[in-house]
Ligand binder design. Sequence first.
Ligand code: XLS
Ligand code: CA
Ligand code: CA
Length: 441
Amino acid sequence: MKNYFDFIEKVKYEGPDSKNPLAFNYYQADKKIGSKTMAEHLRFSMAYWHSMTEDGSDPFGSPTLVRPWDRFDDPREAAKARVEAAFEFMTKLGIDYFCFHDADVAPQGETLKESNRNLDEIINLIEEKMQETGIKLLWGTSNLFSHPIFMHGAATSPDARVFSCAAAKVKKALEATKRLGGENYVFWGGREGYETLLNTDMKLEQDNLARFFEMVLNYVEEINFEGQLLIEPKPKEPTKHQYDFDSSSVIAFLRNYGLEDYFKLNIEANHATLAAHTFQHELRYARINDMLGSVDANQGDLLLGWDTDQFPSNLYSTTLAMYEILKAGGLEPGGLNFDAKVRRASFQLEDLFYAHILGMDSFAKGLEAAHSLLASGEIEDFIDRRYHSYQEGVGKKIREGKIGLKELSEEALDYRFEDLQLESGQQERLEAIVNRHLLQS
Ligand code: XLS
Ligand code: CA
Ligand code: CA
């Protein structure tokens, strides 16, 4: 077996003062935060497609990330080498989970039968490596967007033969995920959307997407796959209009078709901002609807209108994200998957380490700050006070559904506006509280 990262020691915690770029400043896997360790809270996962398969090419230039495990003429040999590299990399970083698409791990064939044969060969190897290292599968998924046959969509394609290919691929990827003990399975509708309504039967496409999910539920039951099923919202890219726009539209879709009890959401930070929401908004919306399943931990660039999938560095955002996650009672069986890629110019193998260390430290610090914020109860106390009028009198009756427009009108008609002293929202004071916990924790 060849080692790819011999020149790097296992990455260790060295504390906030360390200047070693190959050490953690904040992430200490077994440090207790409340009742769980950091590793148990954070459940970090490596995204196979970005960290192992990504080549740095963009619409203007050729690959820059030429990895030693890709230097094989036979793509099946490269796929095997990539498995070795992936598990060595995760072990060095102390990352306990990974996620993959069928197409990231094994080469696609001329037919699905051939692709499946390639996949089986690699899944065997992945299974061996999982046993050897103790690394687990957070989620599996099927790539239903890269191959040209998916140009019009997969389960929403106008061509039923393509719908069948999508079904065949998901069937196989579900089986592979089950075999590897995957704790979740993700559906991201890569081209489930449209460019123009002039050529689109939107109703049929949405109905078909729901039918596809029903078929999934039947098959999951048949093979007894016990992992959590997740849908990942994204508003646009690659199609102009994606049906799974954001948490709210996915939840509405699921409820519309009676599927809401079987799926939860995988919230990605960069997809939130593409939908003109904050990461925290998407997590909150999923959480209050009891639909928060897992997280793709990355960040976008607010000056760019596309999915830049950067490693998370914004501590304010990781703090507020961890605040939502702690309030949800944690993510398990979900986790924090680094669906993030190094920049095209960060082409050295060390950069892959720097990037993951940045992401892990950013979330570790966010976890500590969020835990301290929650323990202080300062935000909760403020919010409780802000809504206190719903605890008594008219407000209590509104909450209990015991009052209507007529009675409320009788109550309100005689209010003198100048007597209605409202309270300040104090946003700036609250932002300062968050800063204090972030800087002091
Ligand atoms: C692309 C998505 C994708 C999903 C898995 O924007 O983030 O990577 O997470 O198919
Ligand atoms: Ca994602
Ligand atoms: Ca993305």
